[in-house]
Ligand binder design. Structure first.
Ligand code: ATP
Ligand code: FE
Length: 335
């Protein structure tokens, strides 16, 4: 089974070819135009996708070293994401599937972040059903009970900001460029996580909240820089380490509660923020500390990529779960 997948939900244009669940190619074109604005500008993202999509798909097919005619199906991200961005990938996927006369398969981006764990890799053990997935990204923060490939239930979600936003907005407050998440991670490695204290939100159950945290970071930085204009510069590593350790504590508290409530001790993480080294370490530690089995994806499968869309497409192909050509993109797409 050869699946070509297209991902264009936000600001990365990506295409991948999988053969029986194994990656033949996985191409991502990242858009740099947004950096100067400190966040993704939807209109610019859509335009950049239009420019990138043909070369990215060409490259994916070329690198896979196959003929287009060998493809079994085209999988694409239907949502959730930015409408203008999604439309580019959706329209292209439809035309390509129509032209090649092969099935079209729609994929939910958040399910794909989880299914990335099923990409065939030597030496990577896949999670077994049921497991809990912590999907942490630029737009989402979810704890998902995964009973089968497409049988997923969101049992916890954010009531306001996503965890990726908590990272990026904190970084912005400190004057770091967008996206600031990876930079906080980098500086945190050399800082003292106990240097400063930030409050953890009080949200009941398995839900999250990060807007209060962000405000606390803002007030803290404003107050400190009033007293010492060089405060951020002088303490950057310690501030980053303290912010990161608070965010990780918030996530781990909810995961522990989810394990307690469901009795499931298999935990898989996914989404862009799961690239964070602190979160990876905390999960590794939880194996011996709480007896969990944890699944941590390779870096290239954490942030947006098309390989995860392709593996989700592979499993839908096995079920013959194909989409009609009248299908449209869906910016808010729950599962
Ligand atoms: P969604 O998947 O919810 O639609 P998205 O596709 O924009 O959102 P991803 O690409 O999955 O998001 O993740 C991007 C986010 O991950 C950004 O907020 C970025 O700062 C964050 N991120 C990436 N690497 C790290 C890291 N090492 N530490 C913390 N955050 C990180
Ligand atoms: Fe994503």
């Amino acid at each position: 089974i050869y699946i070509l997948a297209i991902e264009s939900s936000c600001d990365d244009t990506a295409a991948a070819v999988l053969c029986n669940g194994r990656i033949l190619s996985n191409i991502v074109a990242t858009q740099e135009v947004h950096q100067q604005y400190g966040g993704v500008v939807p209109e610019l993202a859509s335009r950049a996708h239009q420019q990138n999509i043909v070369p990215v798909i060409h490259q994916a097919i070329k690198k896979a070293n196959i003929d287009k005619k060998a493809l079994s199906a085209i999988a694409f991200t239907r949502g959730p994401g930015l409408m203008g961005s999604l439309l580019v990938g959706t329209s292209f996927a439809k035309s390509l599937a129509m032209g090649l006369d092969i099935p079209l398969i729609e994929i939910n981006h958040m399910q794909a972040h989880i299914l990335a764990h099923f990409i065939e890799e030597d030496g990577y053990e896949k999670p077994q059903f049921p497991f809990l997935a912590l999907t942490i990204s630029g737009g989402h923060t979810q704890i998902v009970k995964v009973s089968d490939y497409f049988e997923m239930e969101v049992i916890g979600t954010t009531t306001d900001d996503a965890v990726g936003e908590a990272f990026d907005k904190s970084a912005k407050i400190m004057g770091l460029p967008y996206p600031g998440g990876p930079l906080i991670d980098k500086y945190a490695k050399e800082g003292n996580p106990k240097a400063f204290k930030f409050p953890k939100p009080k949200v009941s159950g398995l839900d999250f909240s990060f807007s209060g945290f962000k405000t606390a970071v803002l007030y803290f930085i404003q107050k400190q820089t009033k007293e010492n204009p060089d405060f951020v510069e002088e303490n950057l590593k310690d501030i980053c380490a303290s912010i990161q350790s608070t965010i990780i504590a918030i996530l781990m508290d909810k995961l522990k509660l989810a394990v307690k409530e469901t009795g499931i001790k298999q935990i898989a993480i996914g989404g862009g923020v799961s690239a964070n080294s602190g979160i990876r370490n905390a999960l590794k530690e939880a194996e011996s500390k709480y007896g969990w089995t944890t699944f941590i994806p390779k870096f290239e499968y954490t942030t947006d990529n098309a390989a995860m869309i392709a593996i989700a497409g592979h499993y839908k192909f096995l079920k013959k779960d194909f989409s009609d050509f009248s299908i449209t993109a869906q910016a808010r797409y729950k599962f």
